[in-house]
Design a binder for this molecule. Structure first.
Ligand SMILES: COc1ccc(CN)cc1O
Length: 325
């Protein structure tokens, strides 16, 4: 089988939500290549936490007795609950008995984001949080039945993009796809990013160890790289109250160039201009921030919206393919 599903941006492209049939209900889920749990708001979620969300009703599923899950994300948000086996359909691709993690508790960030009805993890199943046995991601559940064991991400700035499962749509990118091998030891789509440049010119140095993470909004890079970037933005400085680099919204940001698999990709300064910090619209928060304390770099949506990415398990070693959009 193969299929395509829309990836609809929230305000400021904070995250992208895709319609997914879970049991008999269609929910809008955040496809997250940085985690491996498929969890959903449900009729088991306290009403005080689920108002405004679409809810999975586990009555259509088979309860996995004694199974629980509990996940925490890098931004301090999290959720927990119980586990059911049920039908999940993404763009016509069907997992007939997918582990569906029904939330019995969610953190305030999820409670408040009423566009988001849960997450569909697309990292490696080794980091699924279900106890006593880790469960397969949706991709792992359907991988063997896909025309090709791969999926692609084509996210866009302020417009609907797509995730495709089982095939590469050559109309969605320009030029050739350059591939890098993935190290799955940490359960992420993790690889080594090479040189970089600010504005234009030839790349140098090295960004280093990085993950491709559709579930993270911004780009988190080594301090040396981030300082080099904002040194080229006159009004920029690090604002500890905001927790990152800010600048005058009136200032044009430079492009950021990064080399992956021998090919240089350009993230436009307009894409790196993330959002105003408040309603005055005077000060803006940058889409490139420091990876301090994370242990690796994260190429999140700010990066991903300017490339076409293949999450490829056609070889014995998983690999990532990058092409310009
Ligand atoms: C609060 O919202 C989220 C928190 C964490 C993730 C995973 N990186 C996705 C989200 O949509």
């Amino acid at each position: 089988q193969s299929g395509e599903v829309a990836a609809n941006p929230e305000q400021y492209d904070e995250s992208y939500l895709c319609p997914v049939q879970v049991g008999q209900t269609t929910l809008n889920l955040d496809f997250d290549t940085g985690s491996a749990d498929l969890w959903v708001f449900s009729t088991l979620t306290p009403k005080s936490e689920s108002t405004g969300h679409s809810l999975y009703n586990p009555s259509t599923g088979t309860k996995k007795s004694g199974y629980t899950w509990d996940i925490s994300y890098g931004d301090g948000s999290g959720a927990s609950g119980t586990v059911y086996a049920d039908k999940v359909v993404v763009g016509g691709v069907t997992a007939t008995s997918q582990a569906v993690e029904a939330a019995t508790s969610v953190s305030s960030q999820f409670e408040q984001d009423t566009d988001n009805d849960g997450l569909l993890g697309l990292a490696f199943s080794s980091i699924n949080t279900v106890e006593p046995q880790a469960q397969k991601t949706f991709f792992d559940s359907v991988k063997g039945s896909l025309a090709k064991p791969l999926f692609t991400a084509d996210l866009k700035k302020g417009a609907a993009g797509t995730y495709d499962f089982g095939y590469i749509d050559s109309s969605k990118y320009t030029g050739s796809i350059s591939y890098v091998n993935v190290n799955t030891a940490n359960g992420f789509w993790e690889f080594t990013a090479s040189g970089y440049a600010v504005g234009s010119g030839s790349v140098s140095g090295s960004v280093g160890d990085a993950i491709a993470d559709t579930g993270t909004t911004l780009m988190y890079l080594p301090t040396t790289v981030v300082q080099a970037y904002y040194n080229k933005v006159d009004s920029a400085d690090y604002d500890s109250n905001q927790g990152g680099y800010t600048y005058d919204c009136s200032e044009n940001l430079p492009n950021f160039l990064i080399s992956l698999g021998g090919k240089t990709f350009t993230v436009s300064g307009t894409d790196i201009n993330f959002a105003p910090v408040d309603s005055s619209g005077e000060t803006c928060f940058g889409g490139i921030q420091e990876n301090t304390g994370i242990g690796m770099s994260i190429l999140g949506d700010i990066f991903l919206k300017s490339v076409f990415v293949v999450f490829d398990q056609t070889q014995s070693t998983p690999r990532l393919g990058f092409a310009a959009q």
